[in-house]
Design a protein around this ligand. Sequence first.
Ligand SMILES: Cc1cc2nc3c(=O)[nH]c(=O)nc-3n(C[C@H](O)[C@H](O)[C@H](O)COP(=O)(O)OP(=O)(O)OC[C@H]3O[C@@H](n4cnc5c(N)ncnc54)[C@H](O)[C@@H]3O)c2cc1C
Ligand SMILES: NC(=O)c1ccc[n+]([C@@H]2O[C@H](COP(=O)([O-])OP(=O)(O)OC[C@H]3O[C@@H](n4cnc5c(N)ncnc54)[C@H](O)[C@@H]3O)[C@@H](O)[C@H]2O)c1
Length: 471
Amino acid sequence: MYDFDLLVLGTGPGGQKAAIAAAKLGRRVAVVEKRHMIGGVCINTGTIPSKTLREAVLYLTGLNQRDLYGASYRVKEEITVADLGMRTQHVIGREIQVIRNQLARNHVTVLQGTGRFLDPHSIGIAGDVPADHDRKVTAEKIVIATGTSPARPPSVEFDERTVIDSDAILHLDRVPETLVVVGAGVIGIEYASMFAALGTKVTVVERRERMLEFCDLEIVEALKYHLRDLAVTFRFGESVAAVERRPRGALTILESGKKIPADCVMYSAGRQGTTAELRLEAAGLTADDRGRIAVDENYATPVPHIYAVGDVIGFPALAATSMEQGRLAAQHACGEPVAEMQELSPIGIYTIPEISFVGKSEDELTREKIPFEVGVSRYRELARGQIIGDSYGMLKLLVSSDDRRLLGVHVFGTGATELVHIGQTLMGCGGTVDYLVNAVFNYPTLAESYKVAALDAMNKMRVIARLTAEP
Ligand SMILES: Cc1cc2nc3c(=O)[nH]c(=O)nc-3n(C[C@H](O)[C@H](O)[C@H](O)COP(=O)(O)OP(=O)(O)OC[C@H]3O[C@@H](n4cnc5c(N)ncnc54)[C@H](O)[C@@H]3O)c2cc1C
Ligand SMILES: NC(=O)c1ccc[n+]([C@@H]2O[C@H](COP(=O)([O-])OP(=O)(O)OC[C@H]3O[C@@H](n4cnc5c(N)ncnc54)[C@H](O)[C@@H]3O)[C@@H](O)[C@H]2O)c1
């Protein structure tokens, strides 16, 4: 008899949903988590602090209101890290309470400490403080949901103040005047946007020739234009060779020989699966060179009673997908029928302005030789866009020229990450552009952009149809 039916390592989005799903099926469930990390990277160092910081920045700088009230509009003249941290800490605290309460009311046992495999069914838990004793628990099924940590190259001297990663950026003692961001991935660009909005002079160094290459090119161009307008400098096609700490700041040395001085350097050049402490070999498992664990379509590892979900299994490494993987893995582990994860997942990037999309991009459709028409709506032509002072936002629909189905939705500007779900729902139900053409939307709203873009696509398709029909 095992101590638990299902034991989960890690309480990020994947671990939480795995634990609760199994508890709802009447299983005896436990989660193992380090002290001060309930909620995982998501709540403590990743998604939630970064998105809350972004709201604080937008509110305090008044950036979103400047189209209406002028370039000098500010809610607060001198914005300090205390102003920013207050909101972040408040939200983190509340979210941790919500998670603790959800686990407790579902009778999930929380075991505090760092878990490691002793054998395929046994986990040793090392306490985080000397007073916590080492203990051993056994479980019939185990879910690994240990997430990732920032990758720290050995050539970089991290010191938590001047040369930092995305965890330490939440604990700066002041807003830097100059900042170098290494890596223009999602994390790098989101933080570059926030600091640029605060007035920091940001330089982004990216090894590749472009950034966010999975996004619509036109939208990435629009984002770059906005960021340059906020004094961001981009160095594409450049790699960082070394970062040197100096008494007052740091020097980022590029392979091309350039030296960039800055108060602070944030390294956001990828993340590494948190598997080093797990002693996977004791369970007969291995991780790849980036700490990731291989799984099958049910999230089972090569050792069938052990599952892995969330960032530790790699792409797409998002909170929303991690949650769903956790739920599906638990269902499978409990012998319940499992639906496949829906392919149509949206991506939301909380830059300033924000980006969101679902489905294919123009580049992908062109590569795949799928004919499509584009319908565009610009916020400045929507009454709601004028009311909120968003003159740059846009929504783009990609419509199949063959059967008028929606193939992709790309949104840039206020509310993009919310608006995208209208398109996602329509696409998930196999809907065509005709639904949007004929639907009545609330007015004045940004959702109306769907109708405007649908009409635009339909008008273009009509021209082609007319010309094609001519003898
Ligand atoms: C700065 C930043 C911003 C992000 N923004 C977004 C966003 O806007 N939207 C989005 O969808 N995603 C975002 N993400 C990604 C998102 O946070 C992750 O996809 C998500 O947190 C992954 O969830 P997870 O279940 O894999 O576990 P994680 O949230 O990674 O948590 C893993 C947990 O496992 C614990 N753990 C590790 N090893 C052990 C062990 N041996 N024993 C016990 N516990 C252990 C850790 O302490 C940690 O608490 C962001 C990430 C970062 C870093
Ligand atoms: N809004 C969101 O959904 C969101 C937000 C933040 C993070 N995330 C998740 O977190 C994950 C990690 O994000 P990330 O941005 O750290 O990683 P990433 O791997 O996406 O980006 C790292 C970037 O750094 C560049 N790079 C690496 N080494 C370099 C060097 N020496 N010099 C210059 N450039 C270098 C790479 O070319 C790459 O573009 C993402 O995969 C994403 O899923 C999601």
